[in-house]
Design a protein. Structure first.
Length: 295
């Protein structure tokens, strides 16, 4: 299946239909930029289909797609709604601040010094007529409208959080019991693995998918590795946040960081190693047959 019509986007319906008919579905990775920009490989549906077919026949750059029919798919849908609500609430908060800054003097002085939470509470309680007739009244009307929108979005986010927390704990209770892993980061990692994490052949493939597999950066007699800039960036960020949480609160991680610091490792290199360890540990939970390695 072509990459821009993959099993997680426009090709999701087709993939489900084919699997229901007993047809094996494989997903082909996006072609290298050099291959896509070659004059011989001008981008078109026939050439892309041929390239994908050749890659599958050669046994290269193909993998089993996510099943997309279980609780993890439910988590993905709810999380997409939550992300949209969070973005809209941030926009509402910024708009409230902008309206306060440009409000008439008397109203601006009244609202000055209020925190965002206090501003929402005060503005949402404004008592006004249905037909504002001057600038102060229209500004109050706008402030009340945006504040109530903020409150509605907050209630929506809280409801989504409740559902996400329930589903994540139902799907992977062992995952959220690990140090530094809350509902948000657990949901991200579950979505990356999918409803069928067994499709990931090893913990190394999961680490590569999360962008935490080591990349060789040695030069001369200096042997070192750098951070991987590939992989799923949301999963990479989730692992980064887990590492930060453990570095603050987990005793074993603190001891590990102290030991590696004494060995001359930089904070960035230590976090790179920690992310790799956490990815291995998470894979061991998602695929119980694996044996997790921990620092």
């Amino acid at each position: 299946m072509r990459w821009d019509k993959g099993t997680s986007s426009y090709g999701a319906g087709l993939a489900r239909h084919l699997k229901a008919q007993g047809v094996e579905v494989l997903e082909v990775e996006r072609a290298k930029r050099r291959q896509r920009s070659s004059r011989r490989n001008v981008e078109s549906d026939p050439s892309d289909a041929e390239s994908a077919a050749r890659a599958v026949l050669a046994g290269e750059t193909s993998g089993v797609p996510k099943s997309g029919g279980g609780c993890v798919e439910m988590i993905r849908a709810l999380r997409a709604a939550r992300r949209s609500a969070m973005k809209s609430r941030t926009q509402a908060a910024n708009q409230l601040q902008g309206l306060r800054v440009t409000a008439p003097d008397e109203l601006r002085h009244r609202l000055r010094g209020l925190s965002s939470k206090e501003l929402v509470s005060v503005a949402a309680r404004f008592r006004l007529a249905d037909d504002p007739r001057d600038v102060p009244a229209a500004t109050k009307f706008a402030l009340r409208s945006v504040a109530r929108r903020y409150q509605a979005l907050s209630a929506e986010i809280a409801e989504l959080d409740t559902q996400l927390d329930r589903l994540v704990r139902q799907v992977a209770p062992e995952l959220v019991s690990l140090a530094g892993i809350g509902t948000e980061n657990a949901a991200t990692l579950l979505i990356v693995a999918g409803d069928n994490p067994q499709r990931l052949r090893s913990e190394a493939s999961f680490a590569s998918l999360c962008g935490v597999s080591p990349v060789e950066a040695s030069s001369g007699k200096v042997v070192r590795h750098r951070l991987n800039r590939g992989g799923n960036r949301e999963a990479n960020r989730a692992l980064y946040m887990i590492c930060l949480a453990r570095m603050r609160r987990d005793l074993r991680t603190k001891e590990y960081v102290a030991r590696r610091t004494q060995e001359g490792q930089s904070k960035r290199e230590i976090i790179r190693c920690l992310k790799r360890y956490v990815a291995t540990e998470v894979y061991g939970v998602l695929v119980p047959a694996a044996s997790p390695i921990r620092p």
